[in-house]
Design a protein around this ligand. Sequence first.
Ligand code: COA
Length: 151
Amino acid sequence: MTISLRKAKLSDAEFLFDLRNQADVYKYSRTNRPVKRKEHISWLSSVLSEKEKKDLFIIQQKSVPIGQVRFDRKQDGEAEISIAVLKEFRGKGVGIKSFKEAVKLLKKEKKIKTIAAEVRKNNIVSQKFFERLNFKLKRKKGKWLKYILKI
Ligand SMILES: CC(C)(COP(=O)(O)OP(=O)(O)OC[C@H]1O[C@@H](n2cnc3c(N)ncnc32)[C@H](O)[C@@H]1OP(=O)(O)O)[C@@H](O)C(=O)NCCC(=O)NCCS
């Protein structure tokens, strides 16, 4: 499946809102509940305004949004990833391709040496996903596992 990535805009709010509120996306997120539209718009506005710290990409297939990849800069040289693909497009290699493409774009603009992924212990699919991308388990803390990958 051919995919492309582009930077997110405020007009992606509705797509991102629907994706964020899919049950198996919010279940594994930090705020593990659906968000309200107003809360989501203000979150997206702040992400888009923090260009030094946040990079949000829309995954597209033939110009149609099918997912998102976000990097939040945490500390020197480390960015935390959040990735989600619409349910009907999963298991077809979209996540792997998007990750690789997103890292290329990120490296062009930012001095990032490590990508971190915080995954819930019960999110087995994501653990497999990051392991498949050669992430290494760095820490276990409460309900969370931290994986890292040097890029
Ligand atoms: C994690 C996620 C982004 C993966 O996207 P995807 O497009 O389905 O992943 P891919 O098709 O590229 O699969 C890549 C690898 O992930 C693993 N994987 C994907 N789906 C899996 C499943 N249902 N069961 C077990 N492993 C799975 C496999 O190792 C797979 O490699 P393989 O095809 O060689 O076996 C997707 O499942 C998702 O959006 N989940 C909900 C949101 C979420 O939990 N995000 C992660 C938190 S940061």
